[in-house]
Write a protein that binds this ligand. Sequence first.
Ligand SMILES: [Zn+2]
Ligand SMILES: [Zn+2]
Length: 234
Amino acid sequence: MNPLNAILDIVSPSWCVSCRRPVRREEKHLCAECLAKINYVTDACPVCSGEIVSGECEICSGRHIYFDKNISVAEYDDLIKALIAGYKFGARKRMASLIAALCFERAADVLENALCVTAVPSSGRKKWKRGFNQSEEIAKELARMGNRPYLNLLKEKESGRKQKSLGFTERFLNVLDKYELKKNAIQPCPVLIVDDVFTTGATLNECARVLKAGGFNPVFSLTVARAGIKRLEK
Ligand SMILES: [Zn+2]
Ligand SMILES: [Zn+2]
């Protein structure tokens, strides 16, 4: 064990973001037991990582999907919720490397085929409150691990309505025309775009549409978690 970490564990102990038990610094915010309990997404739609219900993907069917392949790493259960909340709202920027490491293995294929990595932009106000864009930090770590450049390719046009309060179809309409390519965006190339949670895929789909319109092709995407859309539809 790193002696500095051993001292830090004594003077400033840290806790597992999920079960609140003390963790050693080397465990990086999530204890080994919780780490082993992560529910990785399996048997998902090969295009969007959505849930397949009676042979059909609930996200893709009947919808124009602009990204070529999305990978959602884990189910958005209580454990991953705690992990993302601890990272995002606890303003623990350092957790980005732990989260990126959880995604890296699953992202290896698309990372290899993408020539750059970008992130879904967060609105200036949200970023200001938190001090960082959570998706951007994870994307930067993944880019570093995959030996690809990280580039800020997109920006938000204006503050639209919050996605959280909206239903499935409304979310797709609300994000239309919300993003644009940055003026200094580089020569188009295959790209991987990163976000934290995939709910309806509306935000990622719109970002992918803008990237494709700007010549970026293919557009791969990766989200840390996949939320069940049925729980949203009331
Ligand atoms: Zn734990
Ligand atoms: Zn699908």
